[in-house]
Design a protein around this ligand. Structure first.
Ligand code: AHG
Ligand code: MN
Ligand code: MN
Length: 323
């Protein structure tokens, strides 16, 4: 293939007007390096004894898998050596990792090192998610900025090929890892989510735990347009939705006396919402634009719905319009 554009070339060319060009390029380049390393380990996970549980539980009381832990160590070690990054937040770390070395201002990165960990042992798609934010003085407070303040949102999907999808606020672009030379090559520029689609994606096993109005709205939606698709890994479900359209829902489910969301604000919802909205779709936390909601705490979990605008609006009318 002639005229291939690498990620580094693309970044230098397209961020040249930005005042923070060199810092952001170096952060995105390091994230891509972490993605390549994790991709390498995912492909060899059966051979490297990286299947199965690691033995501990994370802050969400979920069983940590060996590859969750390994991916977390890879991202942490690469990003903590980047001089522009002053703080990290990970799904697999109970608290913020301060990498400031006394620096007061810089960049902070929240990440889900390995998303979809129930897919690891069955050779199905998994991914990594990253959210890059500016920070001025108080790392802890600055992680609680809403999604629209992100300088970059990125995911890497380890699927039948490894792709990195990124936005820095000017379009959503896909780069595919060429295993022959280890370079991420531009394969889709300015991705636009299709106008509508027949795909509805949610965990059917949770339906009896949804609020009544939610279950009703989803039932109507499925009847209206539905062809069901669900991978159980946000990165893979989102990538399908971005390329093929449709709607993904992870509504609040009943727990004790209340209803709780599952997906995590910092390293799942905020970056994924920015990518979907930038591609022309819609993302919701309850009935609000997901990019304008500020988290209250580091590991907050929320209900999350996103997809092509036509289908999301249809869902909103079924779910929230008063008859
Ligand atoms: P993680 O593997 O990082 O813990 O994330 C799992 C998340 C997300 O990837 C996916 O959308 C969702 O959990 C699936 O949850 P269910 O298994 O409850 O459907
Ligand atoms: Mn996840
Ligand atoms: Mn994870």
């Amino acid at each position: 293939m002639g005229n291939q554009q690498t990620l580094s070339h693309y970044l230098l060319k397209h961020l040249e007007d930005s005042e923070i060009q060199s810092e952001l390029v170096s952060i995105i380049t390091d994230i891509a390096t972490a993605g390549k390393k994790i991709s390498h380990e995912v492909q060899r996970s059966g051979l490297l004894d990286l299947h199965g549980a690691h033995g501990g539980q994370n802050v969400h009381d979920e069983e940590v898998q060996k590859l969750d832990d390994r991916s977390n160590e890879i991202v942490k070690s690469i990003l903590s050596s980047n001089e522009h990054i002053i703080g990290l937040a990970s799904e697999e770390e109970s608290d913020i990792v301060d990498t400031s070395n006394g620096k007061l201002a810089g960049f902070i990165v929240a990440f889900d090192p390995l998303d979809g960990s129930s897919n690891i042992d069955i050779n199905a798609s998994v991914g990594s998610i990253f959210s890059v934010l500016p920070s001025w003085s108080d790392i802890r407070k600055d992680f609680l900025q809403p999604g629209r303040s992100q300088l970059a949102s990125i995911y890497v999907l380890y699927g039948s090929s490894t792709v990195l999808v990124l936005t820095t606020g000017s379009g959503v672009h896909e780069f595919t890892l060429d295993p022959d030379n280890g370079e991420f090559i531009l394969t889709m520029e300015n991705i636009r989510i299709p106008e509508s689609s027949k795909y509805v994606s949610y965990n059917e096993g949770n339906r009896s735990k949804f609020r009544g109005s939610e279950a009703q709205a989803i039932k109507k939606l499925v009847k209206d347009i539905g062809s069901a698709r669900y991978m159980g890994a946000l990165v893979a479900d989102l990538h399908r939705t971005l390329i093929k359209g449709g709607i993904f829902l992870y509504p609040a489910v009943k727990k004790g006396d209340g209803y709780v969301g599952k997906l995590r604000m910092q390293y799942e919802v905020k970056p994924m919402a920015q990518i979907i909205v930038e591609a022309g779709g819609m993302a919701l936390i309850n009935n609000e634009d997901a990019t304008s909601v500020a988290p209250d705490e580091l590991h907050e979990k929320v209900p999350f719905v996103f997809g092509d605008s036509k289908t999301v609006k249809k869902y909103q009318s079924y779910r929230y319009d008063k008859k």
